[in-house]
Write a protein that binds this ligand. Structure first.
Ligand code: NDP
Length: 344
């Protein structure tokens, strides 16, 4: 229940407002008493975000249409319009494993979108104090030679060449765009500071504005597919990662990265725990016995015995995160899928 009363605590621009993670970030900022402007690619998506927000909060959420973020100056008009933003949260970036042209479909929007918003803010938005970018654990993990324990000091090894390796393309887009952001701040010395949220594979309740289950974000697909019986013949491999985080923790991480002064200048590895597809199936089996017939009968757990460790202590210490566990994350995701599936 929303309880904040008083004037907005500040005005934040959230890019990629139609996205799964962005929707929870928007909710976290609204709940905390901020005014939020979301960027979207169409009026239809913008209207869906505003109209699906709780009535009491609708006065604090609006949207602005920004086309392809890979275009030069894509964000300029947002900041030239005279709106005085205090913070920017940049989530917009393609997260898809199906690409035709990895440069056009992934790399350009990731890198040019990121450097583009930094340039626009520097040029036209002197009131912005901090930019928080949704990076990824893909910018941390090195699957070619795993660290024993991953934390914010690790960097994925990808270079421009890796964009042409299909299974590396998305990871490369995230690692190089985050690097470009830190490089921008170091060389351009803008008035704002930067923090990145390096969240791992993210599960959680679907965004209210999602038009249908086919439009669902990539990282929830495996849970949707299990609920829909698409893995009845056998669980697909858990790859590429065995760590998850709940989207509500990811949202809190972005909010706290804005509001905690000491968060500036930092990367945060945001990871809630381990999972495998078998562990997800087990949670569904126990919590939703009516769905049991849609799950494979017996299946092997491919969780590796020698899985790498992670250290999320910085996110707990500075951002105050207290992570949601796999049981709750999967239960709430499944329930939100059921709520959108009249046939279930
Ligand atoms: P979604 O696909 O739900 O959201 C992606 C958002 O980016 C959408 O709003 C989309 O707009 C927008 N977008 C993509 N390409 C462009 C473009 N060329 N121009 C303008 N807007 C664009 O994904 P998630 O919510 O899962 O991901 C959001 C962010 O979080 C991404 O940066 C992703 O890399 C990162 N992330 C995600 C993780 C996960 O497991 N989900 C884990 C770690 C990081 P539209 O709706 O119009 O397509």
């Amino acid at each position: 229940m929303w309880s904040y009363v008083g004037p907005p605590k500040g005005k934040v621009l959230v890019t990629g407002g139609s996205g799964f993670i962005a929707s929870h970030i928007i909710d976290a900022f609204l709940d905390d008493g901020f005014e939020v402007v979301a960027t979207v690619r169409s009026n239809e998506k913008g209207r869906a975000i505003v109209s699906s927000a709780p009535l009491l909060q609708q006065k604090n959420i609006s949207y602005v249409v920004v086309g392809d973020i890979a275009e030069e100056g894509a964000f300029d008009s947002v900041f030239k319009s005279g709106s005085a933003f205090d913070y920017v949260v940049h989530t917009a970036s393609p997260y898809t494993l199906k690409v035709h042209d990895p440069i056009k479909d992934l790399l350009d929007p990731a890198i040019k979108g990121t450097t583009g918003i930094l340039k626009s803010v520097k040029a036209f938005a002197p009131t912005v104090k901090r930019i928080v970018i949704t990076s990824s654990s893909a910018a941390i993990i090195n699957p070619l030679k795993h660290a024993q324990i991953y934390d914010e000091t690790n960097w994925a090894p990808w270079t421009l060449e890796d964009i042409h390796i299909p299974k590396r393309a998305y990871e490369t887009s995230k690692a190089l765009s985050e690097k470009a952001a830190w490089n921008f701040v170091e060389t351009e010395k803008p008035n704002f500071d930067l923090a990145t949220i390096n969240c791992t594979f993210t599960f959680g309740p679907l965004q209210r504005s999602l038009p249908n289950l086919d439009a669902m974000n990539t990282s929830n697909h495996r849970i949707r597919d299990m609920v829909q019986g698409k893995m009845k013949g056998g669980l697909s491999p858990t790859m590429p990662v065995f760590t998850f985080v709940d989207v509500r923790d990811v949202a809190q991480a972005h909010l706290k990265a804005v509001t905690m002064p000491e968060a500036g200048g930092n990367r945060f590895y945001v990871v809630g725990g381990y999972f495998s597809n078998k562990r997800i199936a087990d949670v569904i089996q126990h919590s939703f016995p009516e769905l049991a017939a849609r799950l494979p009968e017996d299946s092997h757990d491919d969780f590796p015995a020698d899985v790498y460790k992670f250290d999320n202590s910085k996110s707990r210490r500075i951002l105050g995160l207290d992570y949601i566990d796999l049981d709750k994350s999967v239960r709430d995701t499944v329930q939100s899928i059921i709520d959108r599936s009249p046939e279930l």
